[in-house]
Design a binder for this molecule. Structure first.
Ligand SMILES: NC(=O)c1ccc[n+]([C@@H]2O[C@H](COP(=O)([O-])OP(=O)(O)OC[C@H]3O[C@@H](n4cnc5c(N)ncnc54)[C@H](OP(=O)(O)O)[C@@H]3O)[C@@H](O)[C@H]2O)c1
Length: 335
């Protein structure tokens, strides 16, 4: 079968289209899936660009969507022909967070989905929303489920809340769509007025250009009539957290998700304390949460925004496009 492999120590020029042995038939509890799409995440980029070490020959990409081709004995959740999407943490099925590293994560600690077929435990997948393309479904695994957990599982989002999303990448645009579908107001920041216009067209209540307004935390706070936002989808990290604390309401929730501005930095702890806000780190979610999210997507009838789609053989080019940060929403790869 065709697959992309990554030679150590990584780097986009170390991604190769290879011929690998067919994975064979599923054993008890396993499914064989014909994969057709993935989507790119910043974490996949860190692995493929060699900034996060992985094993030589690793098949990259955490997101995978396709069709069940064969089921092993004892598999009850799937039948041949089902459209499925992979789970970020195949070992975390339900309950509170169990995993604090990437050793079991496809495309990092184990082989990912940049390949034509995979044979894995059935518990490594959920059903995809009915009627979705494989590219759309693939966006659920990482970006979609992260946005869902930040807002709904951890943030306790309810109609009437105001959500702040930073930038217009995959997680943030998903969060915008989920929050709007659930009857919430959304404030979006971006470095680009053109992207802000697109966010408005998707239902953003207010928009702020964070390049033109470096103190955007105060601007956002003012836009809520001085109350502050209920939930911040914090994908920036150290370079944005102080402004997010400024923007959040007293007793609000900051979902600490991303490292776009770096991995460590100063936190204005006194400001956070006075706001009495909850700052919660999170990494994606469990399989049960993914099943809830798939049901919500079907009921809300929202579809992810895919900026551009690349062929699997052009994976390095797709990552260069991600690197340029010109995208809005998700970048997909199909085959
Ligand atoms: N913890 C988790 O479970 C989890 C899951 C998924 C992703 N993440 C992390 O979350 C972050 C976003 O992931 P993604 O997949 O959505 O990335 P992405 O699609 O590559 O997002 C890139 C966008 O982020 C925005 N951005 C960059 N610097 C910014 C800043 N200083 N302030 C505000 N926005 C900024 C830019 O938006 P504009 O072009 O509009 O300015 C840029 O286009 C990454 O750090 C990723 O590793 C974490």
């Amino acid at each position: 079968m065709k697959a992309i492999t990554l030679a150590a120590p990584g780097g986009l020029d170390k991604l190769t289209l290879s011929d690998l042995p067919d994975p064979g038939q599923p054993r008890r509890g396993e499914v064989r899936v014909a994969l057709h799409a993935s989507s790119l995440n910043f974490h996949d980029y860190l692995v493929c660009a060699g900034m996060s070490q992985t094993a030589d020959g690793r098949i990259p990409l955490a997101d995978g969507a396709g069709i069940v081709e064969a089921v092993g004995e004892g598999v009850r959740d799937f039948t041949v022909g089902d459209a499925v999407v992979s789970c970020f943490f195949p070992e975390w099925q339900s309950g509170p967070p169990l995993v604090g590293d990437f050793r079991g994560v496809p495309g990092d600690g184990i082989d990912g989905f940049a390949r034509e077929h995979a044979v894995l435990p059935a518990t490594a997948f959920t059903k995809a929303p009915a009627g979705w393309s494989h590219a759309e479904a693939a966006t659920i695994t990482t970006a979609g489920l992260t946005a869902w957990r930040a807002l709904v599982v951890d943030g306790g989002l309810k109609a009437g809340d105001t959500v702040l999303v930073l930038g217009t990448g995959g997680v943030s645009i998903y969060a915008l769509q989920i929050a709007r579908a659930m009857g919430c107001e959304v404030i979006v920041t971006s470095s680009s007025d053109e992207k802000l216009a697109r966010a408005k067209a998707l239902g953003a209540t207010h928009t702020v250009n964070y390049k033109k307004q470096p103190k955007w935390g105060r601007t956002v706070h003012d836009l809520t009539g001085g109350r502050g936002v209920d939930i911040v989808v914090e994908v920036g990290g150290p370079g944005t957290l102080a402004q997010s604390i400024e923007a959040v309401r007293i007793g609000g929730h900051i979902a600490l998700i991303g490292v776009l501005t770096g991995a460590a930095g100063e936190v204005p702890t006194a400001a956070l304390m006075v706001k009495q806000a909850r700052l919660q780190g999170l990494v994606v979610g469990s399989r049960d949460e993914q099943e809830d999210f798939v049901r919500a997507l079907e009921a809300a009838a929202i579809h992810p925004i895919i900026d551009r789609t690349f062929a699997l053989a052009d994976l390095a080019e797709a990552f260069r496009y991600l690197e340029g940060a010109g995208h809005f929403g998700k970048i997909a790869v199909t085959w």
